[in-house]
Write a protein that binds this ligand. Sequence first.
Ligand code: ADP
Length: 211
Amino acid sequence: MKLVLLGPPGAGKGTQSAAISARYNVPHISTGDILREAIKQGTELGKYAETFMSKGELVPDETIIGIVAERLKQPDAAKGFLFDGFPRTVAQAESLDKVLAESGNALDAVISLEVDEEEVVKRLSSRKVCADCGAISAAPADNNDKCKACGGKLYTRTDAQPDAIRTRLQVYRAQTEPLIAYYTNKGIIHPIQAEGTIEQVSDRISESLTA
Ligand code: ADP
């Protein structure tokens, strides 16, 4: 299965990805995670990406396209993949189509998580992420500093400040939302109502993909 998970920041892409990638036995590829790892390692890519990410802006297309092309060459991506946070612009989507077409492939489905903006702002400003395993915790509901999954330290992402959140949402509307029409035209979009419990959303995704 070659899948893309689309949706505004805070829609639950990271959370839903684990279940989807396990179900279809394909690697979960998050460009946000790849970039945050580069920042943590202090690489040139990390330093460059951080200047955009901390403000909530997009990292330039050519950088992202390069990262993705490299990642798709890894053997585990041969059987399929689940992209999370990519593509984020029409240029990235066109470039993905082109890379796949070179090996006679195409995307199977695009899952579009739909959630209203107030809910998104609420989720983004309160959540914390585990520094070790990347698990997302909805603070302040579970307001402590340890990850429930692995005991690692929880932190608030630097792009979770109100200004950066506003920018991320504006950038989403202007640059990423047009992808819904792009993939609707290709007939591969699966709109999913993303409010409710994690399990409810996950069930809706499975039902839509098997329908
Ligand atoms: P979220 O969906 O919660 O905003 P991500 O982890 O997907 O979180 O992305 C965090 C940041 O990383 C983005 O705001 C952007 O700066 C950068 N980024 C991640 N993926 C891409 C991409 N495909 N194109 C450009 N920038 C990206």
